[in-house]
Design a protein around this ligand. Structure first.
Ligand SMILES: [Zn+2]
Ligand SMILES: [Zn+2]
Length: 283
């Protein structure tokens, strides 16, 4: 076990740094698109929220989440995944389900199937979190504006379930090593993209297949008709199939954030981390 951890630790920390460089690049890029527009944009690339300030209102809070989840939760999640796979999954399921079929495909096809599975493994826990783990997931929805950093504004318990779920699902289906690492990385990078402060949506029929920033924006809208909609990150197709698709392409949400308990909601990192546990204790 120690050997496996030592072998993977460099790779795990390396992928976190690569993620930061990617996020930083797009965070800066989003500052150079045209100023905000309140309508859904179709031509030139515009922002949605003020993009001329680098240190926006939630910058400190969201960058704390970003680094905490990337260097602590993510690495813990990946180590837990290795542990759970070796000691629980392999003894129960010694053979991966479709290993022969998946590993005989070329890498691009493997990656595409891997991304579909990774997004399905995100879609269902995400739906579950809205129904049953809302005190944890509400932290992600407490953002009043969406930016790259908002993608990792996640309670560690919430983030752990996504990290472990995605990797284990890929393993069960028959993926190995490089394909798992690449699929999880690309899916995570796409998650940053859909949270971007960029007024960008896809035309029909692409919008029914792939998620975009404006599509995910409706997931964060506090407009009544948008509640509990658009659970997918990458493939909006899952929302179409499971009847949770909501994307009026010609407009943007009026407001974002929590719809049920925004008044007493803690505003700092420690308060938000403790918030779900305090709610459970109160109950
Ligand atoms: Zn959500
Ligand atoms: Zn989101």
């Amino acid at each position: 076990m120690q050997d496996i951890i030592a072998e993977h630790l460099d790779e795990l920390i390396g992928s976190s740094w690569a993620f930061i460089i990617y996020a930083g690049f797009f965070y800066i890029l989003s500052r150079f698109v045209d100023p905000p527009e309140s309508k859904a944009s179709s031509s030139s690339l515009k922002a949605v929220h003020n993009n001329k300030v680098f240190f926006h209102k939630d910058f400190k809070l969201e960058s704390t989440y970003f680094f905490f989840n990337l260097f602590i939760t993510d690495i813990l999640g990946k180590l837990l995944t290795i542990f759970m796979t070796l000691y629980f999954l392999v003894p129960i399921l010694p053979h991966q389900l479709f290993a022969e079929f998946i590993q005989s495909q070329n890498f691009a096809v493997q990656l595409l199937i891997g991304l579909l599975i990774a997004d399905a493994a995100f879609f269902f826990p995400h739906w579950f979190a809205h129904r049953f783990l809302w005190p944890y997931h509400s932290i992600h929805h407490s953002a009043k504006e969406l930016r790259w950093l908002t993608a990792l504004r996640l309670h560690p318990v919430d983030h752990l379930s996504f990290v472990i779920g995605g990797t284990i699902a890929l393993y069960i289906f028959g993926f190995e090593g490089e394909a798992i690492v690449q699929a999880i990385f690309i899916h995570g990078a796409y998650n940053l993209f859909v949270h971007a402060n960029i007024n960008l949506g896809f035309p029909r029929p692409l919008c029914y297949i792939l998620g975009s920033p404006n599509y995910h924006r409706w997931h964060h809208a506090s407009d009544k008709e948008a509640i509990d909609k658009n659970f997918a990150t990458m493939f909006s197709l899952f929302d179409v199939i499971f009847c949770s698709y909501y994307y009026p392409r010609d407009k943007l949400p009026k407001t974002y954030g929590l719809y049920d308990h925004s008044k007493n909601y803690p505003k700092n990192f420690t308060g938000q981390i403790l918030y779900p546990f305090q709610r459970i204790k109160k109950k």
